[in-house]
Design a protein around this ligand. Sequence first.
Ligand SMILES: *[C@@H]1O[C@H](CO)[C@@H](O)[C@H](O)[C@H]1NC(C)=O
Ligand SMILES: *[C@@H]1O[C@H](CO)[C@@H](O)[C@H](O)[C@H]1NC(C)=O
Length: 104
Amino acid sequence: MNDVLYRLYNITKDLRHLVLAQIFVKPCFLGLLAIKANSLSNLDVNTHIPIVIGRQMRYEVIGHPLYKEIATFFMDMVNSSHTYATGGTSINELWYDPKRLLEL
Ligand SMILES: *[C@@H]1O[C@H](CO)[C@@H](O)[C@H](O)[C@H]1NC(C)=O
Ligand SMILES: *[C@@H]1O[C@H](CO)[C@@H](O)[C@H](O)[C@H]1NC(C)=O
């Protein structure tokens, strides 16, 4: 939703669309990415990837570098420590702590 609303704001320049997009932000998740904490373990993949995509769209529309840093850090973290040989990133739709995979 936030991705679509940022795109809509970019077209309309109506601040209500920008404010509405913020409702779909999840600060407890994005805040940890902003401080570059590896915070993915046990989170649901399918509901958190769109939040980061929305943050990237906010960067593309608003232009604040922090939003790009969040998306870049997220992509680097997923690619470096949460991607399997199959190309997938989850087990049962959750990100697991790579150190705990041997316990499964
Ligand atoms: C925002 O709108 C401008 C002007 O129409 C356009 O050039 C740009 O590609 C748009 N950005 C996004 C991310 O859609
Ligand atoms: C993911 O990591 C591989 C191996 O280091 C690298 O070749 C690739 O460019 C990375 N992809 C992204 C999207 O960062």
